[in-house]
Each structure stands twice: as C-alpha cells, then as structure tokens.
Design a protein around this ligand. Structure first.
Ligand code: PBG
Length: 329
C-alpha cells in the first residue's frame, strides 16, 4: 500500500484546529456599505433587481446608518438618485449648493461624527446623457470634464465627505482632484481611486437603481476591457503617482486575479467593489432555492479579502456584520 508521507487533513480535523489555521479573517471594519440616497421625505423604495437594497430619503438613510454602525460597519459610500428634470448635459446639479446629496452627508456627519463617508465623483448621476463625461457630437470628452469633477470633489469635501471616489475611469482624475482639494485647503480629504474599473455587465442593477444608463453608446472608451490585467497595473501605478490614498478594482468576483496583482505590486491599500450584479446574482439564485445563500455570501466576501482587498464595498455589508456579531457566519 502507498505510504502517504504528507497528510494536510490533520489540520482540518476539528473546528478548533480549523480555527487555529484559518488564514483570512474578514471583519466588519473592512466593509463599506453603499447607500442610494434621494431627495424628499418618507420614501424607501426597494430596487427591483436588488432585493433588500433601497433608495431612501434622509430619515431612512439615518436609520440605515445607525443599524450599520451598531454592528461595526462605520464606512459608507453615497450614491445620489437624481430626478430626470434636474439632469443636464453638464451635470450642474452635482455642484449646486442646495443639492440634497450634500445635505444628507452633513446630516449623517452630525448624527454620526465617527462615520467615514465616501462620495461618488462622476457626471453620470446628474447627466442627461447618462455618461460619465461631457458628450459633444457623440464624443465623450476627457479634459473638458475635469473642472466639473474638481468642483464636485471640493463641494463634497466641504460638505463633510472624508474620501472622494472618482468613478469615471477617465484620465488625469486623481491628480486634478488632489490639486483642487489641496488648493482649497482640503489636504486631509482622501481619494479612493477607481483605478481598474472594467466595462462590465455586472453594473446593470446599479444603473436601474439610479436610472443612469447611457442614453446612447456604451462606456467602453473609458472603462477597461475585461480581458486586460497588465493595463490594470498601469492604471493603478498612475493613480498612485497622482496621489491616490487607496486603489480600487471593480467588479470584484470576475477580477480576483487583478485584485491580487495590485495587492502584491503596489504599496497602497487595495479596495474591491462587490457590485450590484454580483449581489443580484446571489440573491436571485437564493430566491429560487438554487444555492445555499447563508454559506455562499460569506464565501464570496472572504474570497475577495483573500485575493488581497483590505477594503470591500458591498451591499452585503450590514447583513455580513449582523451575522458576524451574532456569531452565525
Ligand atoms: C458610475 C458608477 C457605476 C457604479 C458605481 N459608480 C456604474 C457605471 O459605471 O455605469 C456601479 C456600482 C454597482 O454596480 O454596484 N458613476
């Protein structure tokens, strides 16, 4: 009989031993909860393709933040749901001082000064074209969009956002925003760069949530080709050189190799965005009884952390943290 010299199973023999040798520990402190915020009062609408995720007005946003804080999720990224009537080609509402986005951020910081708020800097929530840049004669302009984004970032930082999240994936964003923040004396405001954001089908439910799908064309001239890995490294190096504080890969699950690549090659914290389509897929399979949701959800998040992301943006944040606290993961 073969005399087996090595027996890795010894280290899996009991829960106690498995606890001793576990390599990855994902705690609620690593998670950022995305919130879809809207103007008005008393509205909490579930997003059809994202069961359990809501568009909310201020009072419900504060309730959600309180519930997350109670289980150790202290970081939030806010996305504004802007009504069509306020959308224009240059997205002027994004810097309007009466914008509800600023009002809600301020309200959260007043109620929860110890929270961490991250913004979304992009034109698409406010643009009548649904693109992330200015569109002129069908072309999405790079440099001409910069002053609009700089103004958005400064206004957001002044409203109390701790980190700015430029999400449009065009060139020169991080450097321009860093300079604009510094010139405004906002040297303490961080930048989480969407360094490797792919032109992905997995953003579909998010665009439903914001009604922000492009009116024509797609985003392939600015978001990355899903086939590329080396290019992600270049994007990340550029953002690091331009002054980013953290670097993001988005989506997460189809891009675990990219997360790993960045985490071993750059000396900045790596974030990953477990996007709307990844959430929707799991919820849908669970609703059909086709997958064991209770096990699959933490497995997903743990894999992202194991790949090298210390920061994870995920719609599962509150649920994961509740189970972490209750000891039912
Ligand atoms: C664009 C933006 C998108 C997401 C976050 N910011 C969508 C897009 O690029 O069209 C997607 C997030 C998700 O799918 O959960 N400003």
């Amino acid at each position: 009989m073969y005399d087996i010299p090595h027996r890795p199973r010894r280290n899996r023999q009991s829960a106690a031993v498995r606890d001793l040798v576990r390599e990855t520990h994902l705690t609620p402190g690593h998670l950022i909860m995305p919130l879809f915020v809207m103007d008005g009062h008393g509205i909490k609408q579930e997003i059809a393709s994202m069961p359990g995720v809501f568009r909310m007005t201020e009072e419900f946003v504060l309730e959600e933040v309180a519930a997350c804080m109670a289980v150790g999720v202290r970081s939030f990224v806010l996305f504004p749901v802007v009504e069509d009537a306020l959308k224009t080609p240059n997205g002027a509402y994004g810097v309007d001082p009466t914008n509800f986005y600023f009002r809600i951020a301020k309200a959260i910081k007043v109620a929860f000064p110890e929270s961490m708020l991250m913004s979304d800097v992009a034109l698409d929530p406010y643009s009548s074209d649904g693109h992330d840049g200015l569109v002129v004669d069908g072309e999405i302009l790079n440099d001409e969009t910069l002053p609009l984004l700089e103004a958005q970032a400064v206004a957001q930082a002044e409203a109390g956002f701790d980190f700015i999240g430029p999400s449009d994936m065009m060139d020169g964003r991080v450097g321009a925003i860093r300079e604009a923040l510094d010139d405004a004396g906002l040297t303490g405001t961080g930048i989480l760069a969407y360094s490797a954001k792919y032109a992905s089908a997995f953003y579909g439910p998010f665009r439903d949530a914001l009604e922000s799908a492009p009116k024509s064309g797609d985003k392939q001239t600015y978001q990355m080709d899903p086939a590329n890995r080396v290019e992600a490294l270049r994007e990340a190096e550029l953002d690091a050189a331009e002054g980013a504080d953290m670097l993001m890969v988005k989506p997460a699950l189809c891009y675990l190799d990219v997360i790993y690549e960045l985490s071993v090659n750059l000396d900045l914290p790596i974030a990953a965005y477990n996007v709307s389509g990844e959430y929707a897929m799991l919820k849908a399979a669970a609703a059909k009884g086709w997958i064991d949701y209770d096990r699959a959800m933490p497995e997903m998040l743990t894999s992202i952390h194991r790949a090298g992301a210390s920061v994870i943006l995920t719609y599962f944040a509150r649920e994961y943290a509740e189970r972490y606290q209750a000891g039912t993961l």
